[in-house]
Design a protein around this ligand. Structure first.
Ligand code: SAM
Length: 393
């Protein structure tokens, strides 16, 4: 049994079974609390916040335990006491009814009203999570906002109603001081949320997450086999979270003792590692080369035969090539995003727009079509191919 105690100016976790204790927050240390807020005031605010746990848990149907909340909030407090404590931008991926959001936002607000927590969630629950069936988007999001208002942190919260697979891409890179990942816990989602979290956080920022019971080498081995890594919550382990962390960081991340919270300070080296990690994405390079090869052949055929006049076969090939360009764009844009390759992204867009121009001219001003082919399309294919070959994709 773990108890939380407040002694002098320390918050401790005491294991009553073996009588060991661990200090998780020390308000009086000279190395910390660079704010103008006194240590005793910070401790008071901290205790007051934790006293709200059972109320918040009741209103949020919270499954995040008190120990996990202590882990999350003491990491945030330590972070803000040790350095920058105002103008903080934090992000929570997965907020649900706002249990962790309240404690996260309250911790930030204690230090300054200029600190904000961005909460990204679909508010539609995670598939296969039984407790999430109690709500649909409408009432979950409204409920979240009501609880945040009632708890007095709404002004420091900025909700982003979005699926993280899309939403994380929209956010600015190197933008957040702290990120907490607690959305869909299956492997592919957690992997993406963490990788994107590394990209969105500033160098030196604190990346954290929930539901990590142990390191991967401490898991029962059969859970890592085959498709088991995609399981969530089986035999008491969030295997997806644990395996994703292992694939990204190996053992070089920390677990907050007694809790399910993991954390890692993100360095430039972690950001550089992204390139290697993203190259692990399974994508079909040969398929892309083949698709572009077929497009080129079709364009070459059109080019060789266009002087004969408009024909059904040229018309069909034009439509097919534009469709192929759409497919290419669909496949390339996420890859370019993952590999930080803006040039290839622009060239993919330009190739598609050159083909669209050609299609429009082909349909509306056929005599001009040859010159569009020569001046735009063929050139764009060459530039695209060169850029693709030079890229690390
Ligand atoms: C475990 S709950 C979050 C719990 C919350 N942090 C707390 O302590 O109360 C997971 C949340 O992630 C959200 N979610 C699941 N998949 C998501 C996705 N792909 N993008 C954004 N949110 C997602 C669900 O709607 C749900 O609200």
């Amino acid at each position: 049994m773990i108890e939380i105690t407040f002694q002098n100016d320390e918050v401790k976790l005491v294991n009553t079974q073996n009588n060991t204790s661990e200090t998780v927050l020390h308000f009086g240390g000279i190395h910390n609390n660079l704010t103008t807020i006194s240590s005793s005031k910070l401790l008071q605010e901290y205790i007051h916040m934790l006293e709200n746990y059972s109320t918040i848990q009741k209103y949020t149907y919270g499954e995040t335990t008190m120990i996990d909340i202590v882990a999350l909030t003491s990491l945030v407090y330590n972070e803000l006491m040790a350095g920058k404590h105002s103008g903080i931008r934090a992000l929570e991926v997965g907020s649900w009814f706002g249990c962790s959001s309240y404690f996260f936002a309250n911790s930030l607000k204690t230090f300054s009203d200029s600190n904000f927590l961005f909460c990204m969630d679909t508010w539609q629950g995670s598939p296969d999570t039984a407790s999430h069936n109690i709500a649909n988007y409408e009432n979950a999001f409204e409920h979240f906002k009501s609880v945040m208002r009632y708890a007095g942190v709404y002004d420091n919260i900025k909700p982003i109603v979005c699926d993280s697979t899309v939403g994380m891409d929209i956010l600015q890179d190197d933008h957040f001081d702290i990120i907490f990942v607690d959305a869909n816990h299956t492997y592919d989602y957690v992997y993406q949320d963490i990788v994107k979290g590394i990209r969105k956080i500033k160098v030196g920022g604190l990346l954290m997450g929930h539901d990590c019971e142990c390191y991967a080498d401490e898991l029962p081995p059969h859970l890592l086999q085959g498709d088991n890594k995609h399981l969530d919550g089986v035999e008491g382990y969030h295997t997806g979270v644990i395996k994703a962390l292992d694939d990204i960081f190996g053992r070089s991340y920390s677990r907050f003792n007694q809790s399910l919270v993991w954390y890692k300070r993100i360095t430039q080296a972690d950001k550089d590692m992204l390139l290697k990690i993203t190259s692990k994405y399974n994508y079909d390079r040969e398929g892309i080369v083949e698709l572009v090869g077929t497009m080129k052949e079709a364009i070459q055929y059109i080019y060789n035969n266009i002087s004969e006049g408009k024909s059904d076969i040229l018309q069909t090939l034009t439509v097919d090539t534009v469709q192929a360009a759409n497919q290419l764009e669909k496949e390339m844009l996420p890859l370019c995003e993952n590999f930080y390759n803006k040039e290839l992204k622009i060239n993919t867009n330009m190739l598609k727009s050159a083909l669209l121009d050609f299609q429009i001219t082909f349909n509306n001003d056929f005599p001009q079509a040859l010159s569009v082919l020569e001046s735009k399309v063929i050139e764009r294919f060459n530039v695209w191919s060169e850029c693709f070959l030079e890229s690390e994709i």
